[in-house]
Write a protein that binds this ligand. Structure first.
Ligand SMILES: Nc1ncnc2c1ncn2[C@@H]1O[C@H](COP(=O)(O)OP(=O)(O)OP(=O)(O)O)[C@@H](O)[C@H]1O
Length: 247
Protein backbone atom coordinates (compact mmCIF):
# COMPACT_ATOMS: atom_id res chain seq x y z
CA UNK A 1 0.00 0.00 0.00
CA UNK A 2 1.35 3.46 -0.85
CA UNK A 3 2.86 5.70 1.79
CA UNK A 4 1.89 9.34 2.14
CA UNK A 5 3.53 12.18 3.97
CA UNK A 6 0.90 12.32 6.71
CA UNK A 7 0.08 9.22 8.69
CA UNK A 8 -3.55 9.46 7.78
CA UNK A 9 -3.98 11.70 4.78
CA UNK A 10 -7.60 12.55 4.29
CA UNK A 11 -8.89 10.38 1.52
CA UNK A 12 -7.85 11.80 -1.78
CA UNK A 13 -11.28 13.03 -2.80
CA UNK A 14 -11.97 10.11 -5.12
CA UNK A 15 -15.57 9.17 -5.67
CA UNK A 16 -16.84 5.59 -5.89
CA UNK A 17 -19.22 5.26 -8.82
CA UNK A 18 -21.16 2.05 -9.40
CA UNK A 19 -23.20 1.67 -12.56
CA UNK A 20 -25.57 -1.11 -13.51
CA UNK A 21 -24.01 -3.71 -11.22
CA UNK A 22 -25.37 -7.24 -11.64
CA UNK A 23 -24.32 -10.23 -9.51
CA UNK A 24 -25.21 -13.89 -9.53
CA UNK A 25 -25.05 -16.86 -7.14
CA UNK A 26 -25.12 -19.68 -9.69
CA UNK A 27 -28.29 -19.12 -11.68
CA UNK A 28 -29.72 -16.81 -9.09
CA UNK A 29 -29.59 -13.23 -10.41
CA UNK A 30 -29.24 -11.43 -7.07
CA UNK A 31 -28.22 -7.86 -7.98
CA UNK A 32 -30.17 -6.54 -10.93
CA UNK A 33 -28.60 -3.28 -12.01
CA UNK A 34 -27.48 -1.41 -8.88
CA UNK A 35 -26.12 2.11 -9.46
CA UNK A 36 -24.84 4.38 -6.69
CA UNK A 37 -22.22 6.97 -5.80
CA UNK A 38 -20.22 7.72 -2.66
CA UNK A 39 -18.09 10.86 -2.40
CA UNK A 40 -15.16 11.69 -0.12
CA UNK A 41 -16.18 12.31 3.48
CA UNK A 42 -19.76 11.35 2.75
CA UNK A 43 -21.78 8.76 4.68
CA UNK A 44 -24.29 7.14 2.33
CA UNK A 45 -26.84 4.63 3.59
CA UNK A 46 -27.63 1.39 1.78
CA UNK A 47 -30.91 0.27 3.28
CA UNK A 48 -33.00 -2.84 2.83
CA UNK A 49 -34.59 -5.72 4.63
CA UNK A 50 -32.98 -9.10 5.17
CA UNK A 51 -32.00 -10.57 1.82
CA UNK A 52 -32.41 -7.29 -0.12
CA UNK A 53 -28.86 -7.57 -1.48
CA UNK A 54 -26.78 -5.25 0.75
CA UNK A 55 -24.05 -7.79 1.56
CA UNK A 56 -24.05 -9.03 -2.02
CA UNK A 57 -23.45 -5.44 -3.18
CA UNK A 58 -20.40 -5.22 -0.92
CA UNK A 59 -19.14 -8.61 -2.03
CA UNK A 60 -19.59 -7.62 -5.67
CA UNK A 61 -17.72 -4.34 -5.10
CA UNK A 62 -14.77 -6.14 -3.54
CA UNK A 63 -14.30 -8.98 -6.00
CA UNK A 64 -15.89 -11.62 -3.77
CA UNK A 65 -18.72 -12.69 -6.08
CA UNK A 66 -18.19 -15.43 -8.66
CA UNK A 67 -19.93 -13.51 -11.46
CA UNK A 68 -20.67 -9.80 -11.83
CA UNK A 69 -21.21 -7.32 -14.66
CA UNK A 70 -21.33 -3.54 -14.61
CA UNK A 71 -18.93 -0.70 -13.98
CA UNK A 72 -17.21 0.19 -10.71
CA UNK A 73 -14.83 3.15 -10.69
CA UNK A 74 -12.84 4.84 -7.95
CA UNK A 75 -11.80 8.26 -9.22
CA UNK A 76 -10.74 7.61 -12.80
CA UNK A 77 -9.80 3.94 -12.27
CA UNK A 78 -11.97 0.99 -13.18
CA UNK A 79 -11.77 -1.40 -10.25
CA UNK A 80 -14.54 -3.79 -11.24
CA UNK A 81 -12.27 -6.46 -12.70
CA UNK A 82 -9.57 -6.33 -10.04
CA UNK A 83 -8.88 -8.86 -7.30
CA UNK A 84 -10.08 -8.36 -3.72
CA UNK A 85 -6.51 -7.63 -2.64
CA UNK A 86 -5.97 -5.02 -5.37
CA UNK A 87 -9.31 -3.37 -4.62
CA UNK A 88 -8.34 -3.03 -0.95
CA UNK A 89 -4.94 -1.63 -1.94
CA UNK A 90 -6.64 0.93 -4.16
CA UNK A 91 -8.66 2.06 -1.15
CA UNK A 92 -12.01 0.26 -1.07
CA UNK A 93 -12.08 -1.59 2.26
CA UNK A 94 -14.90 -3.91 3.33
CA UNK A 95 -15.85 -4.32 7.00
CA UNK A 96 -18.12 -7.40 7.13
CA UNK A 97 -20.85 -7.80 9.73
CA UNK A 98 -20.48 -10.24 12.62
CA UNK A 99 -17.40 -11.08 14.65
CA UNK A 100 -14.45 -11.36 12.32
CA UNK A 101 -11.43 -10.10 14.23
CA UNK A 102 -8.78 -12.74 14.99
CA UNK A 103 -10.19 -13.99 18.33
CA UNK A 104 -7.02 -15.58 19.74
CA UNK A 105 -4.96 -12.46 19.14
CA UNK A 106 -4.96 -9.36 21.31
CA UNK A 107 -6.42 -6.04 20.25
CA UNK A 108 -2.92 -4.73 19.62
CA UNK A 109 -1.92 -7.78 17.55
CA UNK A 110 -5.05 -7.40 15.40
CA UNK A 111 -4.24 -3.73 14.81
CA UNK A 112 -0.60 -4.51 14.05
CA UNK A 113 -1.61 -6.75 11.17
CA UNK A 114 -3.38 -3.80 9.56
CA UNK A 115 -0.57 -1.39 10.37
CA UNK A 116 2.12 -3.68 8.96
CA UNK A 117 0.20 -3.84 5.71
CA UNK A 118 -0.02 -0.09 5.37
CA UNK A 119 2.91 1.66 7.01
CA UNK A 120 6.68 1.54 7.03
CA UNK A 121 8.20 0.58 10.37
CA UNK A 122 9.05 4.16 11.32
CA UNK A 123 5.44 5.29 11.06
CA UNK A 124 3.67 2.34 12.69
CA UNK A 125 3.66 3.61 16.25
CA UNK A 126 2.20 6.94 15.22
CA UNK A 127 -0.49 5.19 13.18
CA UNK A 128 -1.38 2.93 16.13
CA UNK A 129 -1.53 5.94 18.45
CA UNK A 130 -3.94 7.62 16.04
CA UNK A 131 -6.17 4.55 15.99
CA UNK A 132 -6.21 4.44 19.81
CA UNK A 133 -6.98 8.17 19.95
CA UNK A 134 -9.90 7.60 17.64
CA UNK A 135 -11.13 4.54 19.55
CA UNK A 136 -10.17 5.10 23.22
CA UNK A 137 -12.15 2.03 24.31
CA UNK A 138 -9.59 -0.08 22.44
CA UNK A 139 -6.69 1.59 24.20
CA UNK A 140 -8.12 0.28 27.47
CA UNK A 141 -8.27 -3.27 26.04
CA UNK A 142 -4.95 -3.29 24.24
CA UNK A 143 -3.73 -6.63 25.63
CA UNK A 144 -7.13 -8.33 25.70
CA UNK A 145 -7.85 -11.17 23.30
CA UNK A 146 -10.27 -10.01 20.61
CA UNK A 147 -12.41 -13.10 21.24
CA UNK A 148 -13.56 -11.78 24.63
CA UNK A 149 -14.41 -8.23 23.54
CA UNK A 150 -18.00 -7.08 23.75
CA UNK A 151 -19.93 -6.75 20.50
CA UNK A 152 -19.40 -2.99 20.47
CA UNK A 153 -15.68 -3.24 21.20
CA UNK A 154 -15.30 -5.83 18.47
CA UNK A 155 -17.05 -3.54 16.01
CA UNK A 156 -14.66 -0.74 17.00
CA UNK A 157 -11.70 -3.07 16.51
CA UNK A 158 -12.87 -3.94 13.02
CA UNK A 159 -13.37 -0.26 12.20
CA UNK A 160 -9.95 0.64 13.62
CA UNK A 161 -8.28 -2.10 11.55
CA UNK A 162 -10.06 -0.78 8.46
CA UNK A 163 -8.99 2.79 9.29
CA UNK A 164 -5.37 1.63 9.51
CA UNK A 165 -5.60 0.33 5.94
CA UNK A 166 -5.97 4.00 4.89
CA UNK A 167 -9.19 3.59 2.95
CA UNK A 168 -10.65 5.99 0.46
CA UNK A 169 -14.02 4.25 0.72
CA UNK A 170 -15.23 2.08 3.62
CA UNK A 171 -18.00 -0.44 3.09
CA UNK A 172 -19.53 -0.92 6.55
CA UNK A 173 -21.91 -3.88 6.73
CA UNK A 174 -24.53 -3.62 9.50
CA UNK A 175 -22.21 -2.32 12.24
CA UNK A 176 -25.12 -2.12 14.69
CA UNK A 177 -26.15 -5.77 14.34
CA UNK A 178 -26.75 -7.26 17.77
CA UNK A 179 -25.62 -4.16 19.69
CA UNK A 180 -27.41 -2.49 22.60
CA UNK A 181 -28.86 0.99 21.89
CA UNK A 182 -26.30 2.73 24.10
CA UNK A 183 -23.45 1.14 22.12
CA UNK A 184 -25.16 2.06 18.85
CA UNK A 185 -25.22 5.70 20.00
CA UNK A 186 -21.47 5.54 20.60
CA UNK A 187 -20.88 4.03 17.16
CA UNK A 188 -22.61 7.00 15.54
CA UNK A 189 -19.80 9.20 16.83
CA UNK A 190 -17.11 6.82 15.59
CA UNK A 191 -18.56 6.60 12.09
CA UNK A 192 -18.77 10.41 11.99
CA UNK A 193 -15.16 10.75 13.07
CA UNK A 194 -14.06 8.35 10.35
CA UNK A 195 -15.99 10.31 7.73
CA UNK A 196 -14.48 13.54 9.04
CA UNK A 197 -11.04 12.22 8.08
CA UNK A 198 -12.28 12.34 4.47
CA UNK A 199 -13.20 8.67 4.06
CA UNK A 200 -16.38 8.01 2.05
CA UNK A 201 -18.59 5.49 3.85
CA UNK A 202 -21.25 3.25 2.36
CA UNK A 203 -23.24 2.05 5.35
CA UNK A 204 -25.46 -1.02 4.90
CA UNK A 205 -28.16 -1.08 7.56
CA UNK A 206 -31.51 -2.48 8.48
CA UNK A 207 -31.46 0.01 11.35
CA UNK A 208 -32.74 3.04 9.41
CA UNK A 209 -32.73 5.21 12.53
CA UNK A 210 -28.95 4.72 12.95
CA UNK A 211 -28.33 5.23 9.24
CA UNK A 212 -30.42 8.40 9.11
CA UNK A 213 -28.43 9.98 11.95
CA UNK A 214 -25.31 9.68 9.86
CA UNK A 215 -26.28 9.94 6.22
CA UNK A 216 -27.44 12.78 4.04
CA UNK A 217 -28.27 10.40 1.17
CA UNK A 218 -29.56 6.85 0.98
CA UNK A 219 -30.30 4.04 -1.47
CA UNK A 220 -33.05 1.56 -0.68
CA UNK A 221 -32.57 -1.94 -2.04
CA UNK A 222 -35.33 -4.45 -2.53
CA UNK A 223 -34.72 -7.80 -4.23
CA UNK A 224 -31.45 -6.57 -5.72
CA UNK A 225 -32.93 -3.42 -7.23
CA UNK A 226 -32.54 0.18 -6.04
CA UNK A 227 -36.19 0.97 -5.37
CA UNK A 228 -35.67 4.46 -3.98
CA UNK A 229 -32.78 6.86 -3.56
CA UNK A 230 -32.27 10.45 -2.59
CA UNK A 231 -31.83 12.76 0.31
CA UNK A 232 -32.57 11.23 3.69
CA UNK A 233 -34.60 14.30 4.67
CA UNK A 234 -37.04 13.44 1.87
CA UNK A 235 -36.88 9.63 2.04
CA UNK A 236 -37.55 9.60 5.77
CA UNK A 237 -40.98 11.12 5.12
CA UNK A 238 -41.95 8.57 2.50
CA UNK A 239 -44.59 5.91 3.13
CA UNK A 240 -42.95 3.80 0.44
CA UNK A 241 -39.82 3.61 2.58
CA UNK A 242 -41.83 2.17 5.42
CA UNK A 243 -43.08 -0.55 3.08
CA UNK A 244 -39.59 -1.44 1.83
CA UNK A 245 -38.00 -1.53 5.26
CA UNK A 246 -40.89 -2.76 7.34
CA UNK A 247 -40.46 0.09 9.84
N1 LIG B 1 -24.04 -17.86 -0.76
C1 LIG B 1 -25.24 -17.65 -1.31
N2 LIG B 1 -25.75 -18.51 -2.22
C2 LIG B 1 -26.94 -18.30 -2.79
N3 LIG B 1 -27.74 -17.25 -2.53
C3 LIG B 1 -27.31 -16.37 -1.62
C4 LIG B 1 -26.04 -16.51 -0.96
N4 LIG B 1 -25.88 -15.47 -0.11
C5 LIG B 1 -26.99 -14.71 -0.23
N5 LIG B 1 -27.84 -15.24 -1.13
C6 LIG B 1 -29.14 -14.68 -1.53
O1 LIG B 1 -28.91 -13.42 -2.13
C7 LIG B 1 -29.94 -12.50 -1.76
C8 LIG B 1 -29.31 -11.25 -1.17
O2 LIG B 1 -28.69 -11.59 0.08
P1 LIG B 1 -27.77 -10.57 0.90
O3 LIG B 1 -27.08 -11.34 1.95
O4 LIG B 1 -26.96 -9.78 -0.06
O5 LIG B 1 -28.88 -9.63 1.53
P2 LIG B 1 -28.72 -8.52 2.66
O6 LIG B 1 -29.53 -7.36 2.20
O7 LIG B 1 -27.30 -8.29 2.96
O8 LIG B 1 -29.46 -9.19 3.87
P3 LIG B 1 -28.89 -9.63 5.31
O9 LIG B 1 -29.04 -8.43 6.13
O10 LIG B 1 -29.78 -10.75 5.67
O11 LIG B 1 -27.47 -10.07 5.09
C9 LIG B 1 -30.88 -13.25 -0.81
O12 LIG B 1 -31.97 -13.71 -1.56
C10 LIG B 1 -30.03 -14.40 -0.33
O13 LIG B 1 -30.84 -15.51 -0.03
Amino acid sequence: MSENTQTHPAADGQQLVVEDLHAYYGRSHVLQGVSLKVGAGEVVALLGRNGAGKTTTFRALTGLMPRTTGSVTLGDRQIGRKSTHQIAQLGVVYVPSGRRSFPMMTVKENLLIAVENSFRRARRKQALDEAFAMFPALARRVNTNAGVLSGGENQMLKMACAFLLQPTILLLDEPTEGLAPIVVAELVEHVRTLADTGVGILLAEQNARFAFQLSARAYVLNKGIVQMSGRVSELAESEELTTHLGI
